[in-house]
Design a protein around this ligand. Structure first.
Ligand code: ADP
Ligand code: SF4
Length: 689
């Protein structure tokens, strides 16, 4: 297939100072969860994007000095010459595919805790950014920077840029955004200085300008110098000569850097999930920049549609299409557009599991792309799988995310695949859950896979086909995979937080009941100890339908786990807007006579009851493993039926997030009659010299 000429503009080369990007696809700097500790994993995770056609591939934030230490969050670093070779590995990998490699040099200034290095953090005036969230509270506050500190701060940028050049990077960044480095100097509420670095905007911008000049002088002949800038807060401050101080900063340094990379000042806002915003949501912060500079401008916006990308360019918003999440979900997105295969793009669903993995301190994982993070240690490629045996037949029972991913990969491998799905609709839980408010994009997990398997001649799908044990035996395949999902239970917790049995009652419901259309009466209480999206989404849906709703949870926040994927604050805001009642830090101990009994988690004596017509318990899930258990209980019968292997995968085996089910489906499909190394994992570990 050939490229749609409508998308030709996306493949124009773009000059960035002394280097040229081969196209407009720009993997923007984004955290990867690997740091310098996992150089092979990191190099492979970046390389696959270069191979997939991204013209520029950047590192995540890269500390320039031990005084910028973000532990326990994984960041990479260029503190001294010893750190260079770790980066060369990635640069060489990216260059192998003709892409440019960039490094996001970063100093967190007062925004770091220096927990590892134990250096006193320093900031423009000793004012540290605050946070109400325990995970982000730094007990070590910052000290004000004196003139000597500022001189060193400039020198560290230059030294790191020279090291970056030695590592082979084509682009070096100066990070002046999101509360970090010279950005803190720009903000009048952080910058209280009375010297030449404080006061007027000219003075507040001085350090940023000096660093750009220093770095350009040091490496600007060979490396492009990019500036990452967050205008959102300065856009709120009226300028003296222009609309805002953000306009003035850009104008002041208009053509000084070789590239402007524009992003929100907040990590949470920058990574808003699809539940709260669509693609292109950062345009209000990026659109004003291009008229003020002749340098190329890049910005992100969870762009997955080539038409939207073209629109960004034609409307003069961006020159390069920045991507973090879309490049994780589909490293081959540019190649697919180039080859006229847009309908094969594995679109990001905006769920932010990737964000949560970075917060977990592990390599980024992705709901849509189970190979992300496994490129090096498991040798998994997002587009290629080892061939299987076309003579071997496989039966997959259940077409949820696990079953569909398993079918896609087995189909690609060449096996004869049959999928039996009990319902008429494919997709399992994602088909049901994508009807919840804000979760429509989740259906992409189904659509990407069904679109592909339906074109494969070796994959047959039977809808409306609930299989029994005997059906599986009668079918007689070489390999049977049971992917029958899970169901929610009515189990509650004891006041120790351990399972305490189920609550029974005619008006006690699970999310399955509600999503199947159960009619609820009176005030609805949602008891949520699942802590992810389901409790909040049901509350939102039921409020929209006119019910009075109260969420009760033992946690200190609604949907408490969503702190990890940056959704928590918006979910709480949405609950407040909708008038959902919120009862935090409460166990639910009983339900009778139209009231639920609550017990405070801190003191057993804090007991009370509140009105409840219908109770929805959003807590535990249990695998639908009866079919698997029955089949596996009789090895002789399996052997007689010629079934060589029987596996259960996904929620059936162990309920989890959609990402876990997709991963399980993928892993299973690669491990059936393995053609490669049998699934061996190479753990990346420190090696003694
Ligand atoms: P997962 O997330 O693990 O893929 P889902 O719950 O999303 O799990 O999907 C499981 C799918 O299995 C559902 O679509 C369900 O209808 C289907 N299913 C369950 N039991 C059977 C069965 N006995 N025969 C065929 N399909 C089944
Ligand atoms: Fe997109 Fe979710 Fe994958 Fe992140 S984890 S890249 S948000 S699909």
């Amino acid at each position: 297939m050939s490229r749609n000429p409508r998308y030709d503009i996306l493949f124009d080369p773009v000059r960035i100072g002394p280097v040229t990007a081969p196209n407009r696809f720009y993997q923007a700097p984004h955290a990867l969860g690997t740091g310098n500790q996992m150089p092979h994993t990191r190099a492979a995770m970046r390389e696959v994007r270069a191979e997939g056609g991204w013209g520029v591939v950047n590192t995540g934030y890269c500390s320039i000095h031990p005084s910028a230490d973000d532990m326990p969050l994984p960041y990479c670093r260029l503190w001294d010459d010893e750190d260079i070779k770790v980066h060369s590995l990635m640069v060489d990998a990216v260059h192998r595919h003709g892409a440019l490699a960039g490094v996001e040099l970063w100093h967190g200034a007062g925004g770091v805790g220096n927990r590892l290095t134990r250096m006193t953090p320093m900031s423009v005036s000793g004012v540290s950014p605050g946070s109400p969230y325990p995970g982000w509270i730094n007990l070590a506050k910052s000290r004000p920077m004196d003139r000597q500190d500022i001189r060193e701060f400039r020198r560290w940028h230059v030294d790191a840029a020279k090291r970056a050049r030695s590592a082979g990077f084509d682009l070096v960044y100066i990070y002046a955004g999101m509360g970090y480095g010279p950005y803190q100097f720009l903000l009048p509420w952080m910058n209280k200085r009375t010297d030449e670095y404080g006061g007027s905007l000219q003075n507040r911008a001085r350090l940023m300008q000096e660093i750009i000049e220093d770095v350009k002088e040091a490496v600007g002949q060979t490396c492009a110098v990019a500036v990452r800038f967050s205008p959102s807060e300065l856009l709120e401050i009226p300028g003296e000569t222009q609309e805002s101080e953000a306009h003035e900063v850009i104008s002041m340094m208009a053509d000084l850097p070789d590239l402007w990379d524009i992003k929100s000042a907040s990590w949470v806002v920058e990574t808003r999930s699809a539940r709260f915003c669509g693609q292109g949501a950062q345009e209000p912060w990026t659109a004003f920049v291009k008229p003020l500079t002749s340098r190329p401008v890049v910005g992100v916006g969870r762009f997955t549609s080539p038409d939207e990308m073209v629109s960004q360019i034609r409307r003069g918003v961006l020159d390069l299409i920045g991507a973090g999440r879309p490049s994780i979900a589909d490293p081959f997105l540019p190649s697919k557009i180039n080859e006229g295969r847009e309908d094969e793009i594995r679109e990001c669903i905006g769920c932010n599991i990737c964000v949560s993995s970075y917060h977990d301190g592990v390599p980024v994982r992705c709901t849509q792309n189970p190979t992300m993070g496994e490129e090096w240690r498991r040798n998994w490629h997002p587009e290629r799988v080892p061939p299987g045996d076309p003579e071997k037949s496989t039966l997959i029972v259940g077409a949820g995310p696990a079953g569909l991913e398993c079918a896609r990969v087995l189909g690609l491998r060449g096996f004869a695949v049959t999928v039996a799905e009990a319902r008429e609709e494919l997709g399992g839980r994602v088909t049901i859950e994508s009807k919840l408010p804000g979760l429509a994009t989740w259906a992409r997990v189904r659509d990407y896979r069904t679109n592909l398997v339906q074109t494969m001649g070796n994959v047959d799908i039977y809808r409306g086909s609930p299989l029994s044990t005997q059906d599986v035996i009668d079918f007689g395949c070489d390999h049977a995979v049971i992917a029958t999902g899970a169901h929610w239970t009515r189990e509650v917790l004891s006041t120790n937080g351990t399972p305490a049995g189920e609550i029974e009652g005619e008006t006690v419901y699970t999310p399955d009941d509600v999503l199947a259309g159960a009619e609820l009466d009176g005030t609805v209480v949602i008891y949520d100890f699942d802590h992810y999206y389901m409790g909040g989404c049901l509350a939102e849906m039921l409020r929209q339908q006119g019910s009075e709703v109260t969420i009760v949870t033992p946690a200190s926040a609604v949907s408490a786990w969503t702190f990890m994927n940056n959704e928590m604050a918006e979910i709480r805001g949405r609950m407040i807007e909708l008038g959902v009642g919120i009862e935090l830090e409460q166990y639910l101990t009983g339900f009778e006579n139209g009231r639920v009994h609550l017990s405070g988690i801190y003191r057993a004596s804090d007991v009370r009851s509140i009105d409840c017509g219908s109770l929805i318990i959003v807590g535990a899930r249990s695998g639908n493993d009866e079919l698997f258990l029955e089949l596996s209980s009789d090895a002789g019968r399996l052997a007689k039926a010629g079934i060589d292997s029987l596996r259960s995968i996904g929620d059936c085996r162990a309920p989890g997030a959609i990402a876990h089910a997709v991963y399980a489906g993928h892993e299973c499909a690669r491990s059936i009659d393995p053609a490669d190394d049998g699934g061996a994992i190479e753990w990346e570990r420190a090696r003694l010299l």
